[in-house]
Design a binder for this molecule. Structure first.
Ligand code: NAD
Ligand code: AHE
Ligand code: ZN
Length: 375
């Protein structure tokens, strides 16, 4: 198949919120610096639903969504040296070129090399898409487009992983689990004994809980409006639960009262700007740090009294948990293989690509953490 166009099944988003359509899609061969991957498993993340909703300023239609997946390299373009056909890989929406100003800074995991293309739904080389249907181009998404049996990505966006690792599990290391763990370990750097509050107990929030537990947090307070999340959250290290619906006072006040002045660290794992404010304001005066993980819609803005920052609270954000993707995703896979981090416990449903619309329905119903699709 190398060098030839591959026709395969993919879920195409034609318009915001209109059901995805399973189509025969033509996937062009990888050009210089590109890798064509046979995606075997993909999960759904809330961010896919966000872009599909039409609220993402970078959302383009028609496109092929999906960014949490695993597969096997089918072929590589000219000049690609770090992976070869047959390698087991995880596509990484956050690239790592190791050469750009960002990568060299040592201060961030963001990479500048292909970001413009991944935001524009095209490939760097010729500014075109590798996906088409009967000659009509279909946009890429986040540089990954994993809701397709075959996808083409930039070589700086591919992590080569242990071939023994089960791809139907480690696909989750493409987004949600590393994001939560890394927010604690890399961005907040939670220390033993700390009091932590987590707003939103989906996969990202539960991974924050797992990270906080492993960092030695003394209390991990889970906040969610869906009480069904509380039972499962106990298994991830959440020690106390608060449902904002059970209180008349603002949730930040509830948490300040529960913690003798506020938490040491809080994490917003929802994408709701008023919850982001509460997450900052429930932090302890003088040192409390709040990390924004949730992605908020176009036009939404955060606000608080500057006094909150003047008096020592710190507001931060994180993308992919601050992990350098190509360097650290293989390390996370190894940690899973050594049973040092959970993955299986986040997978509540398994379906096929053909059932993808049902998988999105499940995500909105609540009882679902991650649904893994077999391609
Ligand atoms: P999810 O939908 O599975 O989880 C969200 C949880 O928040 C649910 O349990 C829901 O009941 C709860 N919730 C909703 N409104 C609430 C409120 N007002 N108060 C308290 N709880 C509330 O989503 P997920 O896949 O875990 O992703 C969480 C967020 O993180 C999304 O916004 C996603 O786009 C974002 N995300 C960001 C990154 C990053 O790199 N920054 C990576 C992955 C996901
Ligand atoms: N296009 C969106 C950006 C959304 C966003 O912030 N994405 C996160 C990853 S979410 C994964 O589930 C991220 O990594 N951001 C850094 C980056 O470079 O995009 C918008 O709202 O504009
Ligand atoms: Zn995601």
């Amino acid at each position: 198949t190398a060098g030839k166009v591959i026709t395969c099944k993919a879920a195409v988003a034609y318009e915001p919120n209109k059901p995805l359509v399973i189509e025969d899609v033509q996937v062009a061969p990888p050009q210089a610096g590109e890798v064509r991957i046979n995606i075997l498993f993909t999960a759904l993340c809330h961010t896919d639903a966000y872009t599909w909703s039409g609220k993402d300023p970078e959302g383009l239609f028609p496109c092929i969504l999906g960014h949490e997946a695993a597969g096997i390299v089918e072929s590589v373009g000219e000049g690609v040296t770090e992976v070869q056909p047959g390698d087991h890989v995880i596509p990484c929406y956050q690239a790592e070129c190791k050469e750009c100003k960002f990568c060299k800074s040592g201060k961030t995991n963001l990479c500048g090399k292909v970001r413009m293309a991944t935001g524009a739904g095209i490939m760097m080389n010729d500014r075109k898409s590798r996906f088409s249907i009967n000659g009509k181009p279909i946009y890429h998404f986040m540089g990954t487009s994993t809701f397709s049996q075959y996808t083409v990505v930039h070589d700086v966006s591919v992590a080569k992983v242990d071939p023994q690792a089960p791809l139907d599990k480690v696909c989750l290391l493409g987004c949600g689990v590393p994001t939560g763990l890394g927010a604690v370990w890399n961005t907040a750097k939670v220390e033993p004994g700390a009091i932590v509050a987590i707003f939103g107990l989906g996969t990202v929030g539960l991974a924050v809980a797992e990270g906080a537990k492993s960092a030695g947090a003394s209390r991990v307070i889970g906040v969610d409006i869906d009480s069904k999340k509380f039972d499962i959250a106990k298994n991830f290290g959440v020690t106390e639960f608060v449902n904002p619906k059970d209180y008349d006072k603002p949730i930040q006040q509830v948490l300040v009262d529960l913690t003798d002045g506020g938490v040491d660290y809080s994490f917003e794992c929802i994408g709701n700007v008023s919850v982001m404010r509460a997450a900052l304001e429930c932090c302890h005066k003088g040192w409390g740090t709040s990390v924004i993980i949730g992605v908020a819609a176009s036009g939404q803005e955060i606000s608080t009294r500057p006094f909150q920052l003047v008096t020592g609270r710190v507001w931060k954000g994180t993308a992919f948990g601050g992990f350098k993707s190509r360097s650290q995703v293989p390390w996370l896979v190894d940690k899973y293989m050594k049973k040092e981090i959970k993955i299986d416990e986040y997978i509540t449903h398994n379906l096929t690509l053909g059932e993808i619309n049902k998988a999105f329905d499940l995500m909105h119903e609540g009882g679902c953490l991650r649904c893994v699709l077999k391609m």
